[in-house]
Design a protein around this ligand. Structure first.
Ligand SMILES: [Zn+2]
Length: 292
């Protein structure tokens, strides 16, 4: 656990920090004050899909709900020496090779590809079909939705179980982990923005609410982040486990896609600039993806 924290801190420390103002969407919609309203939040879907995680031999160790931890690592995580960022190409884009398992139906494959492509429209991240590269994202249907944080080296599994993970929000959420991001409610400044009610948390799941010494890339805490868990995440008694402050009625964790702040963070972590974001974007690229 400490290892993962160290990795993330290193990762975020290595990114540049800026101070541009961000407009946060007003949250005037339904706040989802009952557990039923939260059925389709990212965290509710993750919890449901990950109910059996760890029961199969070969499942990685998963912490924080859906973050896989490499096993067998002793002292320093190799990731900290290499840097967990994906490398930037001379043209300013970050090309991340991917492979999608044949376990998925054609329709599911299309949804996953749409999730991969969603990064192209707003960032310099370019997911490209695997050719001969060493490091890549290996999208499989394992027993739940999970991902490692940052680039791990070689093929790294991003699991999107066919049962319960093939949704735009979950796909983006897991890919954001692979890009190096953690959950919003573990941010260093979360206690100014949410109150965690550990008394309502399922015993043994308290670690999901641990705070991490993150660097936040000059971006504000974002209730609408696709990385924010819902109000009832890991609740043992149908009572809230996360309450926003000062206004307890603000909607949290109900994003169905990356928020403007999520996008801004990707652009900052990978130092994308506006010229690289739009280049090399051809409308026919979906066809290339689908032929693979
Ligand atoms: Zn997650």
């Amino acid at each position: 656990m400490m290892l993962q924290v160290a990795v993330l801190s290193f990762l975020l420390c290595s990114a540049h920090s800026f101070s541009v103002k961000v407009l946060i969407d007003g949250s005037d919609e339904s706040s989802g004050n009952t557990i039923e309203d939260d059925e389709f939040t990212v965290s509710a879907r993750l919890e449901k899909a990950n109910a059996n995680l760890g029961k199969n031999l070969g499942d990685p160790v998963v912490i924080f709900g859906d973050i896989a931890v490499p096993s067998g690592l002793q002292n320093a995580d190799p990731c900290t020496a290499r840097g967990c960022l994906w490398p930037k190409a001379p043209d300013g884009n970050v090309y991340i090779p991917f492979r999608i398992s044949r376990q998925f139906s054609r329709r599911q494959r299309e949804i996953i590809i749409e999730g991969l492509r969603s990064f192209e429209r707003t960032t310099c991240i370019r997911f490209t079909p695997l050719e001969r590269q060493r490091d890549f994202v290996d999208i499989q249907s394992r027993s739940g939705c999970f991902s490692f944080v940052g680039r791990r080296g070689n093929g790294q599994v991003v699991s999107l179980s066919r049962q319960g993970c093939v949704f735009q929000s979950i796909i983006q959420h897991e890919l954001l982990h692979a890009l190096g991001f953690n959950h919003e409610q573990t941010r260093s400044d979360r206690d100014q923005n949410v109150r965690i009610l550990l008394q309502n948390v399922i015993p043994g799941q308290e670690h999901n609410f641990r705070r991490i010494r993150t660097r936040n890339l000059g971006t504000p805490y974002d209730y609408n982040s696709v990385m924010h868990y819902g109000r009832f995440a890991f609740s043992r008694n149908r009572q809230p486990t996360i309450i926003p402050i000062p206004n307890p009625n603000v909607a949290i964790g109900r994003a169905t896609q990356m928020s403007p702040t999520d996008i801004l963070r990707v652009n900052r972590l990978y130092a994308c600039n506006s010229t690289s974001s739009k280049r090399h974007l051809k409308p026919t690229q979906t066809d290339i993806f689908l032929k693979k």
